[in-house]
Design a protein around this ligand. Structure first.
Ligand code: GLC
Ligand code: CA
Length: 561
């Protein structure tokens, strides 16, 4: 495998609106991020991915862009952005922007011009269809955020396609002029000195050659977007062109948001010379999903989580690197999703961190994860900001689910869980803002916050720092970054264990999510090391062939030197 500058890095995702507010308007901003760069440097991360900060009506919190070349005034100015890039660089940090090009905003100039002249240049930037006098829509595809994925093109007798929200019209990638606009924008940002992009919803850019209906999968008569994605062939032509024309000239780091990747596509996507540097492993995030909606999703156990992890590694082998996560801005908090109430102690949170972080792949930390931030109890629908949660509630109630259970579902899955303000200290609004936060903070900030954990050696935060430092330790880096991943499959219920093997070195990573003690037998073959590299709490009892872990204990042991 060709070695790349980003292989040994650790990434951190910032959701700017909720990270740090510098001017008291309740909205996080670029100056707020600049103030926290030293904190991030001290944590030990290298790559900072910013969720979108471009001009946007914020219908989908910035994933609906109205100007790809400007910063939304709520987040700051282009000067602030340049300052952020420069200040980050001074600290050895690099910035990733979010590339949202499956769709733009309906307030983008291109869309406005398409409304004025659907037959003109900009009409061809979108998927437009004539309105049927009988009212039949061109297809019965259900948008991701609910309802049909066709809406009226204002002031015309046409419809436009939006696989996400009505305020997110899909861009027509079949049109080379549109593609050139996208590449121009990428190059423009690379010239500003960023390190690359996280690439949003990219799998949706390729549509089937012929648009048609699929069998309905709910009472609304609509069918999931997944059906059209399965039929769409040839996305590689677009992605290869984007790589060659926009990313490769800058050696940009790119991470794709790719769901349901086909096994045969992995080498093309992230093998040597692939379309992207890496892509997220969402195996655990999509586990148990139901077409009926969130309320019908099967919750996963630690055993399921382990199987998802092992399956992902079997799938990718050493073709390339996944980016590994336990949460992001679209998901609930990892410690709330993967740990039961019993497991959700600081020890359990550190154990979860250990097993995901030391996998083969590029670890991403989502803001607040490093202090063990948790889901927030959602009591009323009125509290919700996230458009997909509002839809999920409606879908549940329409399916006859009680309001109480529908709310419980939201407490478990809502994207708002990840979007509550970052918990900096125990002052009002968690120290995030001097004003009123745009989204209410999680009341548990009085116990879970950065300031408290900075002062405590056994905190979750201190443990994340140790994990990051261990992955970068010159003595083990080669094994953690490039070494093989070998599951230890039969360690029992609620136990996750695997080996990382590089050259002659073998390192065991193991965590016991039971509350009682468990033993992990090592495969025959001996042990010439036996040095504890990291343990979440207490001491690891290791005798050369058996590792005994106490309840919620995790350990990293050098087995062979
Ligand atoms: C991606 C983003 C999500 C957004 C969607 C539409 O999944 O992560 O936040 O709503 O794309 O852009
Ligand atoms: Ca602000």
């Amino acid at each position: 495998m060709e070695r790349k500058w980003w292989h040994d890095k650790v990434a951190y995702q910032i959701y700017p609106k909720s990270f740090m507010d510098s001017n008291g308007d309740g909205i996080g901003d670029l100056q707020g991020i600049i103030r926290k760069l030293d904190y991030l440097k001290d944590l030990g991360v290298d790559i900072l991915w910013l969720s979108p900060i471009y001009c946007s009506p914020l219908a989908d919190e910035g994933y609906d862009i109205s100007d790809y070349y400007a910063i939304d005034p709520r987040f700051g100015t282009m000067e602030d952005m340049e300052e952020l890039i420069a200040e980050a660089k001074k600290r050895g940090l690099t910035i990733l922007m979010d590339l949202v090009v499956n769709h733009c905003s309906d307030e983008h100039e291109w869309f406005k011009k398409a409304c004025e002249d659907p037959e003109g240049r900009y009409g061809k930037f979108f998927y437009l269809r004539d309105k049927d006098p009988g009212g039949k829509l061109p297809t019965n595809w259900r948008s991701y955020f609910g309802g049909p994925s066709w809406a009226e093109l204002p002031g015309t007798d046409k419809l436009y396609l939006h696989v996400f929200h009505t305020k997110q019209p899909d861009l027509n990638w079949e049109n080379p002029e549109l593609r050139e606009e996208v590449y121009r924008n990428i190059r423009w940002w690379m010239e500003k000195g960023i390190g690359g992009f996280r690439i949003d919803a990219i799998i949706n850019i390729k549509k089937p050659a012929v648009f048609h209906d699929y069998p309905a999968d709910r009472d609304d008569g609509l069918s999931s977007i997944q059906n059209m994605l399965l039929e769409a062939e040839g996305i590689g032509e677009f992605l290869g062109e984007m790589r060659d024309k926009a990313f490769a000239p800058y050696d940009a780091f790119t991470v794709g948001e790719v769901f349901n990747e086909r096994e045969e596509d992995i080498p093309l996507f992230i093998g040597d010379g692939g379309y992207f540097s890496t892509m997220f492993d969402f195996t655990a995030e999509i586990f148990g999903r139901s077409e009926k909606g969130w309320f019908d999703t099967k919750r996963l156990t630690i055993d399921d989580f382990r199987e998802c992890m092992f399956a992902a590694h079997r799938k990718i082998g050493d073709i390339g690197f996944y980016s590994t996560i336990i949460e992001n801005h679209d998901e609930p908090r990892g410690v709330s999703r993967y740990l039961t109430d019993e497991m959700r102690t600081e020890g359990g949170k550190k154990a979860l961190a250990t097993v995901y972080f030391l996998r083969r792949g590029l670890p991403f930390i989502y803001q607040g994860q490093e202090i063990g931030m948790e889901n927030k109890r959602i009591r009323t629908v009125a509290e919700l900001d996230d458009i997909s949660s509002i839809d999920a509630y409606k879908v549940a109630v329409d399916a006859g689910i009680s309001k109480e259970r529908a709310l419980e579902t939201l407490t478990f899955f809502s994207r708002d869980n990840a979007r509550t303000p970052m918990q900096w200290n125990e002052e009002a609004h968690a120290g995030f803002t001097k004003g009123e936060p745009w989204l209410a903070e999680n009341p548990n900030y009085t116990c879970i916050n950065v300031q408290e954990q900075l002062g405590r050696e056994d905190s979750v935060l201190a443990y994340y720092k140790k994990l990051i430092a261990l992955r970068k330790d010159p003595g083990y880096k080669e094994t953690f970054v490039y070494g093989a991943f070998e599951p230890l499959p039969d360690c029992g219920h609620n136990v996750i264990a695997y080996l990382r093997k590089g050259g002659a070195q073998t390192i065991l990573v193991a965590a016991n999510f039971n509350t009682g003690e468990r033993q992990i037998k090592l495969p025959a073959g001996g042990c010439t090391g036996g040095k504890t590299l990291l343990v979440n709490e207490g001491e690891a009892a290791f005798d050369g062939s058996v590792l005994t872990l106490k309840g919620l204990q995790a350990a990293v042991i050098l087995l062979k030197i």
